[in-house]
Design a protein around this ligand. Structure first.
Ligand SMILES: [Zn+2]
Length: 325
């Protein structure tokens, strides 16, 4: 006796499109862009083939090109020419991100600009804020760093950023930034929090890209242990309570269970397919071991299936070229 339900009935080739549950569309894609103050034109990032650091002047054209390909949103990371302990180059009106935002808004005003709000690219030690001695040794200081985040977020909003995205994983950062934005008249500027961000080994190509290698320690005192799912969900819940408009899970592919749980909280969720995930696919494809296009599509589709509204991915430009809608 065969079972009454034959799952293969609806898998006939001509039926297949009728029963697709999830899709990836161009409007789901967010393109990360690196802007480097000391670069003329563009420079390729060796650990991330196909990715570049652009000068603040060049980035307007890049945004225009992305927009033409159907990508409506980008997230900006800055590499300043000068680093300092108090990260002050992160919030000056003439900072690398502030210049880049203005350049994009001049060249491609419809491009939705997210800005990464953090200090790690601006400090000589590579940590995400102010560092000092604590009772437990040298570490990132939480509350003194919040004021830096507030200043960075406000300066990005003043430059014309549409959405600010704190990635520091400091306690209370979303609430602090929300109040600072509101005080300065940016009450309509949304916050996308890097709310469930793991201390992952998959970020290392980014560190080359953004020049943010550590001189001591690591980020395990502020980012989440990959073993801890409940803790990651609580982080997102707290950020939502502090006023985050969009939550995020980072990295992507190894953390789809977290993404599915965060989605249940009920507000939009972004996922960040990080530099290591990009580099692994690129390296395997370059060796002819996998079909790059199929693997990229599958990775993005699975993020959509797990609940992602926004897909932040270094494959954004290539994927937009492959996608129809
Ligand atoms: Zn950081």
């Amino acid at each position: 006796m065969y079972p009454t339900r034959r799952m293969r009935r609806l898998r006939r080739r001509e039926f297949q499109p009728l029963f697709v549950e999830h899709e990836t569309m161009k409007h789901h894609l967010v393109a990360p862009i690196f802007i480097d103050e000391s670069v003329q034109g563009r420079r390729e990032i060796s650990s991330m083939p196909g990715q570049y650091r652009y000068s603040p002047a060049e980035v307007g054209d890049v945004a225009g090109m992305l927009l033409e390909k159907g990508i409506r949103a980008s997230i900006l990371f800055g590499v300043p020419s000068e680093k300092c302990e108090d990260a002050r180059t992160a919030y000056t009106p003439e900072g690398v991100i502030q210049k880049a935002v203005r350049s994009i808004k001049d060249a491609a005003p419809e491009m939705v600009v997210f800005t990464d709000v953090c200090a790690c690219e601006y400090t000589p030690h590579g940590h995400c804020g102010i560092v000092g001695e604590t009772r437990f040794g040298r570490d990132l200081l939480n509350d003194p760093s919040l004021e830096v985040m507030d200043r960075i977020a406000v300066s990005h909003a003043e430059a014309g950023a549409d959405i600010v995205a704190p990635s520091c994983m400091l306690d209370g950062a979303v609430k602090s930034i929300r109040h600072a934005l509101d005080r300065e008249g940016f009450e309509m500027t949304p916050i996308m929090s890097y709310s469930s961000k793991f201390a992952s080994a998959l970020y290392s190509p980014f560190r080359e890209a953004a020049d943010s290698c550590f001189t001591f320690g690591d980020r395990s005192t502020y980012q989440i242990n990959p073993a801890n799912g409940r803790e990651a969900l609580l982080e997102s819940r707290l950020d939502m309570a502090e006023g985050a408009d969009i939550l995020m899970v980072k990295p992507a592919g190894y953390y789809l269970d977290i993404l599915a749980s965060v989605k249940e909280l009920g507000i939009p969720v972004a996922v960040f397919q990080v530099s290591g995930e990009y580099a692994m696919i690129k390296a395997a494809a370059a060796n002819g071991w996998i079909d790059e296009k199929k693997v990229v599509f599958e990775s993005l589709l699975c993020m959509r299936r797990a609940g992602a509204d926004l897909l932040i991915t270094y494959f954004a430009e290539e994927a937009a070229g492959w996608l129809h809608g």
